[in-house]
Design a protein around this ligand. Sequence first.
Ligand code: AN0
Ligand code: CP
Length: 317
Amino acid sequence: MRTYTNVKDLGNLNAAIKEALEIKKNRFAYKHLGENKTLLMVFFNSSLRTRLSTQKAGMNLGMNTMVLDINQGAWKLETERGVIMDGDKSEHILEAIPVMGSYCDIIGVRAFAQFENKEDDYQEKILNQFIQYSGRPVFSMEAATGHPLQAFADLITIEEYKKKDRPKVVLTWAPHPKALPQAVPNSFADFMNEADVDFVITHPEGYELAPQFVRGAKVEYKQDKALEGADFVYAKNWAAFADPNYGQIISKDMSWTVTTEKMALTNNALFMHCLPVRRNMIVSDDVIESPQSIVIQEAANREISAQTVIKRMLESL
Ligand code: AN0
Ligand code: CP
């Protein structure tokens, strides 16, 4: 595997889930693969889970791991060609990327949507420059439009906890004080559309996601109706995608918070969220602390999704 940015990069999804569950049973079985190999993780944005789980995955595989926080201690990077660099940016990304590539064997990149220009975000300008210029296999650790390590971990979690063959999985928008990217819901939809689940997306009008991710999924504007019979409730906030409101908050409707009353509409559903989560905005204390909440188990599976992807990349070196 040379790139990991979306569900298609995994090939056969059932085979990928099977491989992940085998890795989970014995996570040190492939320690020889990473001997004398170096993983570089480059962060343009903050992280708790991705940073720790991906580093742990690399270590499980016997790799040396290095972390670079671009905004803390590295030179500020210019990302556009043709700019006269007389401002605060000391280095161009077109030198920085091949230099980073020269010190490692595999690169993970976190570079969120900047919400300045929809085309730049949806063309994945930063991630694609790493793919093009690093000379190394590159995986997304949440880029502008996707978070495929999260969605793969989510799918593994659903596979582990489902009580029926084709569970109903509901992705629900929920309120949040800040404008958040569409990366997590995009990738969740990308994966659920390929998985053996009954997938429904619910959000207030105006929060429609990009059609290339929604594809054939059911979209229901009434949250209560969408939640009926749900086996999994996956909550997430995102800012508007549709023009002219791209990147903006158009509603903070607190009636969309996932509460005990909302969970009562479901088929005793399990509650999921990628974390970090703002309590009593996205989800009530009672729901996230209830036995129905599997957010911690879901986060733990980030180590497994990362390890499956890095293992495949090591095998392709
Ligand atoms: C980020 C987001 O919504 O994309 C990261 C989630 C994994 N969340 C925040 O910035 C709070
Ligand atoms: N879920 C997730 O990616 O968390 P972090 O932003 O803490 O890495």
